[in-house]
Design a protein around this ligand. Sequence first.
Ligand code: SAM
Ligand code: SF4
Length: 342
Amino acid sequence: MNTLASDREALRPPLVDSFGRRITYLRLSVTDRCDLRCRYCMSEVMTFLPRSELLTIEELGVIADAFVARGVKRIRLTGGEPLVRRGINDLALHIGRQLGGGTLDELTLTTNATRLAEHADLLAEAGVRRVNVSLDSLDADRFRLITRTGELDKVLGGIAGAKAAGLTIKINMVALKGLNENEIEPMIRWCGDQGFDLTLIETMPLGVVDEDRTDRYLPLDGVRARLAERFTLETIADRTGGPARYVRVRETGTRLGLITPLTNNFCDGCNRVRLTASGRLYMCLGHDDRIDLKAVLRSGGRRAVDAALDRALLSKPERHMFRIGGRGAAPALGRHMSVTGG
Ligand code: SAM
Ligand code: SF4
């Protein structure tokens, strides 16, 4: 670490919550809007935030800086679809300047890849090295059925563009009963061929969508057991402080992550907080407690944000409260994943 960076860390204490967990990871949602309407994520008709309520690109940069100064080492840009936000490249370049020198270790992005081909070079220039791409099906018709509007070719083009720009790719696939469960094995093979990691995700009860998620909920413990009959799954220790557990699929070489918020509680090592595009800081994806960092920033500037982070951390809960309710039950939280930032 260079002297400047270590001085800065010494001056500003790291962010630690009341359970002793150090916060080193920020998920920064830059918009709640999206060009797709994935069935488990959004309703067909959505009301998005008025643009006037969003943090500006400059404000997003100031808040990111405040987190980095308090020891945040990884920032993930997300949404909604981050690449539909105007100015996203400027924000990536701004945050990317903090990379190296012992301050920020990683700037990443979660995207549906429909616009990734146009952005990949610039993201790489900003210092992005890895992207997560959501891809729930490799069949064009099923992809459209799941996303309601998506064109698989565009997404595959985006993935190819990212590969050409030298970015490492991890595919996120939400496992959906009766929709893509028979595509899990082909996806593992495809990711192995392409050299991509794959993470399977259980649907989480966030926000009202047009369907009952209970019908689509596919517990990954069962998926894993079935995969173990077809493949050799070698447990690997990789933990990122996040919810995924990892195995290596020996036959394909794929590193496979399983995110099981409902069948397992993953909160003990939680190292993250989430900021929405309108400046709400959520300490937990599965709770409604938040503080309004936009108001804090606009009334008191960067110093006030710094003080607010300590107050916010005190309210980070010990664990989430997810549970898929019975048929027809309301979602655990009214907030969509696209608002909080997945
Ligand atoms: N639009 C980008 C994308 O799809 O990658 C970034 C935002 S999206 C909200 C981030 C991740 O959350 C995606 O991998 C998506 O599949 C996942 N997701 C969205 N709603 C979800 C839900 N209700 N349960 C589980 N995962 C969800
Ligand atoms: Fe958009 Fe991502 Fe939600 Fe799909 S999962 S609707 S791509 S925000």
